[in-house]
Design a protein around this ligand. Sequence first.
Ligand code: FRU
Length: 480
Amino acid sequence: MQANLLCLFAILSLVFHTAGNTNELAAEAIAKAMASVENARARAEADPSKPVFHITAPANWINDPNGAVFHGGYYHIFYQHNPYGDKWGHMHWGHVRSRDLVKWERLPIALWPSLEAGEEHVFSGCATTNALGQPLVFYTSIKKGKSATDFAEQWAAIGDPGLITWQKHPANPVLAETLHGSTKVYDWRDPFVFHHQGRTLMVLGGNLNRAKGGQAVVTLYEATNQELTKWKYQGVLFTHPDTKVNNIECPNFFPLNGKFVLVVSPHGKVEYFVGDFDARNHSFKWDKRGLIDGSSTYYAPNCMLDPQGRRIMWGWLRGFKEGLGWNGCLSLPRILKIDAEGNLFQSPAPELSNLRTNEMPLGEIPLESGTNSVTGDTAHTIEFSAELECVNPKGFVLRVIRHASPKDAINFTAEELEITPGTNRLRAFVDRSVVEVFANDRKCVSRILPGFGAPELLVITRDGNASLRNMVLWQMGSIW
Ligand code: FRU
């Protein structure tokens, strides 16, 4: 009896000691990572090209938005983050939240690689809550010494009720490659959970048959317990129709206006496919496709459903100059909709108008053939709104330059924006070095504006015969 108790005590103290150690190691890892960001912060924030109304990391590297979720009265966004430098590496999850999509609050780093468990990177993923009310994130865990192409596991972490502190789930890995039986899924990553007809399902990206060039796929899984720690493989949901696409990252799959939408990041421009999901047969039949953004500056988006039933999506904006102590930002929140024909519409969240100050009505100008100056030099953070009236959109270009160095120019073409003859609504957001243009609340294009100095908007038309009406310019405030 005595011996048994001693044995039990020894086991219990070992368990608690180990748990204590794990928590301490986590706290240490986060404190170290945050100290590194803090060190880099003053320099990053002093950089005049760092955006102020797009979500950024305080300093150093940011890539994909992760775990977008509305929880406890807040919009939460996590993001891929390297706290140790302004290049990709040491993947952690940074964290911000907002009550209103206008002002955002920075929170402690949420997820860290558990080096002691052999974990090297905490890759992209999603957030949800299980039937026991536990907030969960799912993410791809990359092991030290293994190539992410050949080996990956899907891990979970449990959050406190405010989603501030996280503990790695004792059941990890919650999905392992053995689920696929004899099928080998390469680059298996980026879990996205959705709920449908009382079932909890997950999609992941990757590719099959890599030796033969790779077949880009989205695979489907279903939770078989309430904790969401056990999953069943339900097969390939989607194979990319273009054979030159050989991998898919960051799939998002969700119902929208009576249809299902699949968003994929195929190492190029982000695409969407609209169709019908048959949950019984685990099949997705799509009949419409298009681009989420006309430029590959935008990548790896993640979306959430908010309490108003809106599907809101953020992407990673990439391609900034290196060596500035910060790199990358997230796009503005975009609200997605589908019309009766299955066409996707995107518009900036209306809450963004709360950031407007110094309204400047610019009226109307006729457009000559050639280059037309529209705004003159502007503030560094602006929103521009106008109606473009045109007979023939061919040759139309919205150009953004640096007023003092017009060589630093970026163009948004009629084709990218799908400008049509007649009236077109245009909105352009310039946030120091980032520009996002929305046309007709349907098409979006994001680009990085090189150089420094005051931006200016120009319009080029081939044959004139066009005008800009109801032009308004606002200065935009900071989200922090
Ligand atoms: C997309 C991506 C994801 C991966 C993450 C790593 O940009 O490559 O597939 O999880 O970034 O940072």
